[in-house]
Design a protein around this ligand. Structure first.
Ligand code: IMP
Length: 491
C-alpha cells in the first residue's frame, strides 16, 4: 500500500524570515556570504549557474567566477564545444599564463592581425625554436602600412626586453610588469626558453575582483556537466585536459544504480565531483557514502520544468533543502566529512535565495535568474508581449527586451543523457521553451542582488551563512500574507 508521509512539500515563497537584532558586528558591510563547495574548498560567492545551453556559456562563466561564483557548462553541448569553453575560461585570466599564444619572427604582420581578430589578443611573445627572441604588441606597427613586414622588423628584441626568471613569485612578476611599461612580462628559464607570460590586464583584474573564484595559479574556476552514460567518460577526459575544476554529474534523478557505476568511473579523474539531483535524505546518504563532494538538490522546482505535472514526482524545494540539510549535518557528525548541498531551481527572487540559505543550503544553482543577463549565451531580442492594460479592461502589447530560455527536457533540447533516455524518439518532454526579460549586465546587477542577500542576514543579526542557518527563525506564511508582501498599486 502506498504510504502517505506527514511532511508537506513546501516552496521558498511560503516562508518568511523573522528579523533579529542587528549589531555592529552584523552591519551589512561586515556580513560574509563565503561558503563551502566541498569539504575542503571554500567559494567566495555560493551561486552556480545552471548547466543549460540557454544559461551558461564561457562569457557567463567568466563573469560569474570573477564575482566569486561558479559557472557549470552544459553537458548537452558537443564535447569539443564544451571543452573549448572550459579552455576559454581557464585561459581568460591567470597570474602566469603558461600557454600564451606565440608568433614566429618570420610571421607577417598580416598574420598577426588575423590572430588578433580571431582570438582578441594584442600582445604576443616572439619565439623561435622554443626560445624567446622578442615581443610584439599592436602599438608597434601600422595595421595597413606594415602588413607585409615580418614580425622581427617591428618587435621589441630580447636585448631590450624586461623578462622574469622561471621561479619568480607572482608579486615580483607583477612589479616587473609595471616596470616594463608594455603590459606583459615574459618568463624564461636559464636556456632562454619561454615558460609563461604575466599580463598587466590580469594584475588590474586581481585588484578589481578581489573575490574572484580562482585556482592555485589564479586562473578562474569553472565546472562542467557530465552524465551517467558511459560514453561521457571520454567527455570528462576532454574537459579535464582543458583544466576543468569541478565535474558535475548531472541527472534529473541520480538515486540510481547508474549513479553508483558512474561515480566509481569518474573518481579516476581526481576532480571534485558535484552530483545530483535528488530530493530526499536516503538519496543524500547514498551519494555521500559513494564519496561525492557536493550534492545537488531539486526535482520539479525549475521555472521551465513540467516534471510534477507530467510524472507527479519531485518535492517542494524548500522541504527538500530543509530535510537534506539535517542529513548533511548528521553525516558530518558521523564521518567528519562535510558534504555541502546545492539547492537547484525554483529561485524567483533574492528573498527566495535568503530563504534557501536560511533553511540550510550551502550553495544555490539558478537557471532563469542567470538567463536574463547580457552575459548569457542567447541573443537579445525585442518582442511584443500581451499585457492587461492598467486600470482598464483591455489588452495591449508592449515591446520588451528578452532572451530565450528553455529547459533541457523541452522539445527543443531533448537532453537524453540528463533525463536517462536511450534516444530522442521515446523522449518524455518535461520542460518548456520561452523567454525571460533582459536584466542588463551581470557585472552591475549581481553585486546588487548579493547586497540584498547580505541585507537579510544583517536583519537577522547574523554574520556568516552558517550562523544564518543555525539561528534564523522562519514562519510559514498564508497566501494572503504572500500577496501582502507584493505591491498593490496601479503602475
Ligand atoms: P530555475 O532556476 O528555476 O530556472 O531552474 C533551473 C534548473 O531547472 C536547472 O538547474 C535544472 O536542474 C532544472 N531543469 C533544466 N531544464 C529542465 C527541464 O526541461 N525540465 C525540468 N527541469 C529542468
Amino acid at each position: 500500500m502506498a504510504k502517505l508521509r506527514d511532511t508537506i512539500s513546501r516552496t521558498f515563497a511560503e516562508f518568511l524570515i523573522l528579523p533579529g537584532r542587528t549589531s555592529h558586528r552584523t552591519a551589512i558591510d561586515s556580513v560574509s556570504v563565503r561558503s563551502r563547495i566541498t569539504d575542503k574548498t571554500e567559494i567566495p560567492l555560493p551561486l552556480l549557474s545552471a548547466a543549460m545551453q540557454s544559461v551558461t556559456g564561457h562569457e557567463l562563466a567568466i563573469e560569474l567566477a570573477k564575482q566569486g561564483g561558479l559557472g557549470v557548462l552544459p553537458g548537452s553541448l558537443p564535447v569539443h564545444e564544451q571543452a573549448d569553453m572550459v579552455k576559454k575560461v581557464k585561459r581568460y585570466r591567470s597570474g602566469f599564463v603558461c600557454n600564451a599564444m606565440t608568433v614566429s619572427p618570420h610571421d607577417r604582420i598580416s598574420q598577426l592581425l588575423e590572430l588578433e581578430g580571431h582570438h582578441g589578443y594584442s600582445t604576443f611573445p616572439v619565439v623561435e625554436n622554443g626560445k624567446l627572441v622578442g615581443l610584439i604588441t599592436e602599438k608597434r606597427y601600422h595595421p595597413e602600412k606594415d602588413a607585409s613586414l615580418e614580425v622581427r622588423q617591428k618587435m621589441i628584441p630580447l636585448s631590450r626586453l624586461i623578462t622574469g626568471h622561471d621561479g619568480i613569485t607572482l608579486d615580483e612578476a607583477n612589479d616587473k610588469v609595471i616596470e616594463s611599461g608594455i603590459g606583459a612580462l615574459p618568463i624564461i628559464d636559464r636556456g632562454g626558453n619561454l615558460k609563461s607570460v604575466v599580463f598587466y590586464k590580469d594584475l588590474k583584474e586581481h585588484i578589481t575582483y578581489p573575490n574572484a573564484f580562482v585556482d592555485g595559479e589564479k586562473r578562474l574556476r569553472v565546472a562542467a556537466a557530465v552524465s551517467t552514460h558511459p560514453e561521457d567518460i571520454a567527455r570528462a577526459e576532454a574537459l579535464v585536459k582543458e583544466g576543468v575544476d569541478f565535474l558535475v554529474l548531472d541527472s534529473s534523478d541520480l538515486y540510481s544504480d547508474f549513479a553508483q557505476d558512474a561515480i566509481e568511473s569518474y573518481k579516476r579523474f581526481r576532480k571534485p565531483l558535484i552530483a545530483g539531483n535528488i530530493v530526499h535524505t536516503d538519496a543524500f546518504e547514498f551519494l555521500a557514502n559513494l564519496g561525492v563532494d557536493c550534492v545537488k538538490i531539486g526535482q520539479g522546482s525549475g521555472s521551465i520544468c513540467t516534471t510534477r505535472r507530467v510524472k507527479a514526482t519531485g518535492r517542494g524545494q524548500a522541504t527538500a533543502v530543509m530535510q537534506i540539510a539535517k542529513a548533511r549535518d548528521s553525516f558530518f557528525s558521523k564521518t567528519d566529512k562535510y558534504v555541502p548541498i546545492c539547492s537547484d531551481g525554483g529561485i524567483g527572487s533574492t528573498g527566495d535565495m535568503a530563504v534557501a540559505f536560511a533553511l540550510g543550503a550551502d550553495l544555490i544553482m539558478m537557471g532563469k535568474y542567470f538567463a536574463g543577463f547580457t552575459e548569457s549565451p542567447q541573443p537579445l531580442m525585442e518582442r511584443p508581449f500581451k499585457v492587461i492594460a492598467n486600470g482598464t479592461d483591455g489588452i495591449s502589447y508592449v515591446n520588451a527586451f528578452v532572451k530565450p530560455y528553455w529547459g533541457e527536457a523541452s522539445a527543443r533540447a531533448k537532453n537524453i543523457r540528463r533525463y536517462g533516455h536511450k534516444d530522442s524518439r521515446s523522449f518524455v518532454v518535461e520542460g518548456v521553451e520561452g523567454f525571460v526579460l533582459h536584466k542588463g549586465s551581470m557585472s552591475t546587477q549581481l553585486p546588487n542582488d548579493v547586497f540584498a542577500l547580505k541585507g537579510s542576514m544583517s536583519t537577522v543579526g547574523r554574520k556568516t551563512l552558517r550562523e544564518f542557518y543555525e539561528n534564523a527563525r522562519l514562519e510559514v506564511q498564508t497566501t494572503s500574507s504572500h500577496m501582502e508582501g507584493g505591491t498593490s498599486v496601479i503602475k
